[in-house]
Design a protein around this ligand. Sequence first.
Ligand code: NI
Length: 178
Amino acid sequence: MNAESPDGALLPILVAPHPTLKLRCRPVGPADADAVRALVPRMFAAMYHAPGIGLAAPQIGTALRLAIIDLAPNDKRDPRVLVNPEIIAASPELATREEGCLSLPNMYAEVTRPARVKVRYLDLTGARHEIEGDGLLAACLQHEIDHLDGVLFTDHLSALKRNMIMRKLAKEQKAKVR
Ligand code: NI
């Protein structure tokens, strides 16, 4: 995977509260194949540069049901492209983990979700896959699929906690611009 996009420019990652982050994205169809194949390497470049372990298409301004993840530790690479991913099973048991998001830079909070999920998705060739896991993988899959429905991890928190994070983020972003 190229570290840089073809023109050398990294895709900017949208920061909340951007309206595109609240959209319900539409499924990737056959007509999107070329656009998606061109976009995915640029998404990986942006995610690795950030650095992050997951990135959803709406975070770079494209409202398609497309996300990428790479949970390999350190400089190992295990890139996975999730086209039209859907959760087909979720455990009744819940798990709480600290989450962050490239669209909420420097903000972290404990989020409670099903501990184990099974996800069905297509790869870039259109082949169908299933992935099942718990721990970080389960949280990451749910977090990225949430993005495709306009949901951020802060939407799983109390209004009080969510507002605190959004205020802090707005303050930091304002300081950054100056
Ligand atoms: Ni995120």
